[in-house]
Design a protein around this ligand. Structure first.
Ligand SMILES: [Zn+2]
Ligand SMILES: [Zn+2]
Length: 159
């Protein structure tokens, strides 16, 4: 994986909505829950959990869609309806961005997978940590540490 230089750019399918990310994600994940299967029209969703202050919509105005509130809001391109990012109520410091929108493919590599209890039987992905549900708070803090170390190693290997 090449070392990424920030900020990175991303866009929806039609290109009318553009986003930037100024700092590395704090965690990447795949979610196998039924909701993500339906919203992505695919086997699982991909997430890069990012610090809110590092993430910006720089072009276009996203609209809410999918399952709306109260615990989370999903945002889409108003034109092509690409699922762009998700904000979880009470976790205002973070935003869950769909990492396949970014130009850098390596941002989409899932470090953990969640909700494997609802996983499609043929799916197997190289996530380093698996959860049948979602990680609890203690697990979550450890995962952030582990993920940061993985990122640091990738950076230093390249000198
Ligand atoms: Zn679009
Ligand atoms: Zn899910």
């Amino acid at each position: 994986m090449d070392k990424i230089s920030y900020p990175v750019k991303g866009s929806c399918r039609c290109g009318k909505l553009e986003i930037t990310l100024a700092a590395p994600p704090v965690l990447t994940a795949a979610c196998h829950c039924r909701g993500c299967q339906k919203m992505s029209s695919s086997a699982f969703s991909l997430t890069a959990m990012c610090k809110s202050d590092s993430f910006r919509v720089v072009r276009g105005t996203p609209v809410k869609g999918g399952a709306q509130g109260p615990e989370l809001d999903h945002f889409f391109c108003p034109d092509c309806k690409t699922w762009m990012f998700t904000r979880i109520t009470g976790m205002d410091d973070f935003v869950n961005v769909r990492p396949t929108l970014f130009d850098q493919k390596s941002l989409a590599t899932p470090f953990i997978e969640t909700m494997t209890s609802e996983k499609l039987p043929w799916v197997s992905i190289p996530a380093q940590h698996s959860f049948t549900g979602f990680p609890d708070v203690d697990d979550f803090m450890k995962l952030l540490d582990d993920f940061r170390q993985t990122q640091d190693q990738q950076g230093s290997r390249r000198g």
